[in-house]
Design a protein around this ligand. Sequence first.
Ligand code: MLT
Length: 269
Amino acid sequence: MKWREAGSNTGDPLILLHGFPFDSSMWDPQLAEVPEGWRYIAPDLRGFGGSELIGDRSLAMDEHADDIVALMDEMKIDQAVICGLSMGGYVALSLVMRYPERVRALVLVATRASADTAEAKKGRLEQAAKVRAEGVGSVVESMLPKLLSAHSRLKLPDVVEKVRAMMEGTPPETMARALEGMAARKDYTGELDTINVSTMVVRGEQDEIIPAGDMELIARTVRGARHEMVALTAHLPNLEAPDVFNTILAKYLKTLPPAFKLGDLSLSF
Ligand code: MLT
């Protein structure tokens, strides 16, 4: 597994989980501005970016979450703030539900807790077959106009190109297996009220991929969740309005209680 990181080696860890079909470079503007006292780590999920596509199954959200926990073990990180965008948010939910003790806080960006509808599943499986037969072009062309707001498409040509390059750089087999993995993902809407860590939900004002209602449901159901909206952005607010996004994130991180470290435990009799 490959990852990018920035900030202080001894800083409090925050792990950034990218969306589909991107890679860790989607977090470049965040890695460029790590608040003091923090360490940001952005892995390439299995098969994406520089991380190898291991195994021969579809890329399940649980498997990505297991990979992140293995990476935390390897880095000797007991707990981290987990920030996931879209598919990264599906992985973040799997992680918090299955390894709640490893999550210090949760930042869910442009994502949802529900599973795919039967129709969406069918569409994903058809898309997976098409990608295997014809390459990634059809996914790139169908997703690109929905990922960025009209404002971003007009004003931010570099971002448009970066997003296109990330998508075109994703190997077809990774894309196909990720589509299958997302089609099979679990519905967590009924379990949102069991999340016991500080949570912030961030959505782009004009996101066409994730309806506002899906994010509102998370914000309403997770106890004490904050809800932020980034104006003039769509599905990728961290790239479309990096300064606003970074400010929201940095402010939120300041609200967190001090990190729990195993070494802090002391027993008295
Ligand atoms: C993503 O950005 O990760 C995808 O849009 C998620 C999805 O297709 O459900």
